[in-house]
Design a protein around this ligand. Sequence first.
Ligand SMILES: [Zn+2]
Length: 284
Amino acid sequence: MHIPKKGLRALGIAESYAGREHSTLAGVVMRKDLRIDGFCSGRVTVGGMDATDTILEMIRDLDRLDINVVLLSGCVIAWFNVTDPERIAAESGIPVICVTYEESDGLLDDLRHHFPGDEERVQAYLRLGERVPVDLDDHRTIYLRAAGIGYPDAARFCRDFTLEGKIPEPLRVARLCARQVFSLHGAVYKWQTTLPGGKYSYPSRKNRTEPFYIKKELKGKMPTDDKNARWVCLECHYIYDTAKGDPKNGIPARTPWENVPDTWRCPECKILKAKKGVFKRLED
Ligand SMILES: [Zn+2]
């Protein structure tokens, strides 16, 4: 494909869990010289199958003809919401590159475990095919799935947009945006759905604009830790399962979260456990 040099633009889309029903997507339009000149956002159902439609809607809402590539932070987002990069590329006319950062055995077993009998989801996942490892340089490898673009071009795009580390800038900034939106609305959402007696109540206007106050309220209602507790990394959606631990990294099975040392890092994105606001307990 022909790639214009200076005006090359990427739309990076990343997510952050917001409450237990929806995940927030943020999109950032960035030029190759790292100038940002567009934003968009969307919402997907956690555990749903609406990610592809939402992403297409975000692209449509932007209504721009100057985006050369869509970068997605992974093909499977929001708790096994499987995207269809081929369909996004075909319907938007823009090539799609899904970027992940770690080697993985794949999600098929997890997917079958959490969604028994959901053949549509399994097939959607299988259609994604294998990820292709791409070296950014001698030390940094990322894993891509590309649609509407060849892997040499996809790799070049990722190199062009990566300043340091492994994460292309449009995805890094999109993730920051998504997290900000999450911290504002996620806390409100969670609070309103965890009132005693399962009562549905929307916080007053005052509370809606004061997320820190709400977080304090939340604290007393959070369940205490137990042997089956699972914690999700909001950076990459790795799930720490107490029952399994992380034996590869020296955490034996059945190690309660509070006994996992602060120096432990998320095996997927390497973020420190000690980092505030990154790990959230999953509700069953
Ligand atoms: Zn992580």
